[in-house]
Design a protein around this ligand. Structure first.
Ligand SMILES: *Cc1c(COP(=O)(O)O)cnc(C)c1O
Length: 220
């Protein structure tokens, strides 16, 4: 498959490395690819970062058939850009796809697409210690349909976000609330999939933990 490239007319201002935090800034371009039953995964393209217009009945909004990954690109002292075992993230992404009845994709092809995207966005990789370019590959179910089944169409996208530390504590140790009252994964469930609903289900216990001065929950 040929990846088509459409560059943005106008580029964004870059934030200062010291102002990054986590997950609020996004780069100028994104990768997109579509799936339908006739063509499989098709129309891979790098294009300006843009909203995704959706019918209110779009399946992902109702039943959470969505998966994602998270990995980072780092700038070395000599200015090179490096990934850490990206093929392992893509392998896990396909494992999540299988568990959520999402059609699997060609891992080598997506790695090639990611490298293309990173080459276009390489000026967005921050260089200060503790910073990186966070990479968020995502697949969402896009059928406009509210019956319950797996979708027949999907959107695969990759967005990039320059980041600093994930927690407000920076890279200092964080306090962890250990609880047996709530669970994140059950035997026979989808705990090992990186699927949207797992994270929605973690919010309540995390808020209880935060109220008591803890940053994270250790789920038992
Ligand atoms: C993905 C994920 C992480 C990060 O794990 P890596 O293997 O380092 O990518 C941490 N916590 C949860 C709940 C996750 O889903």
């Amino acid at each position: 498959m040929e990846i088509t490239i459409k560059k943005a007319d106008k580029l964004k201002n870059h934030p200062e490395d010291s102002a990054l935090g986590f997950g609020t800034f996004f780069t100028d371009h994104m990768f997109n690819m579509d799936y339908n039953q006739e063509q499989g995964w098709h129309n891979p393209r790098i294009e300006p970062y843009a909203p995704i217009e959706m019918d209110p009945s779009t399946m992902v909004l109702h039943y959470g058939q969505a998966i994602f990954e998270g990995l980072k690109a780092y700038k070395t002292d000599s200015g090179e850009i490096q990934l850490f075992r990206p093929e392992a993230n893509l392998k896990r992404f396909n494992k999540s796809a299988k568990m959520l009845c999402i059609p699997e994709f060609d891992e080598n092809f997506i790695l090639e697409a990611l490298v293309k995207l990173l080459n276009i966005e390489k000026d967005w990789v921050p260089g200060e210690p503790g910073t990186s370019l966070y990479i968020r590959p995502t697949i969402i179910a896009t059928d406009p349909y509210i019956g319950l089944r797996s979708s027949h169409t999907y959107r695969f996208f990759i967005i990039l976000s320059p980041v600093g530390a994930y927690y407000p504590e920076g890279f200092d140790p964080v306090k962890i609330w250990v609880t047996t009252d709530y669970v994140r994964a059950v035997r026979g469930g989808v705990g090992q999939a990186k699927t949207a609903g797992n994270y929605a289900a973690s919010l309540y216990a995390t808020e209880l933990a935060n109220k008591d001065g803890y940053t994270q929950v250790m789920w038992l």
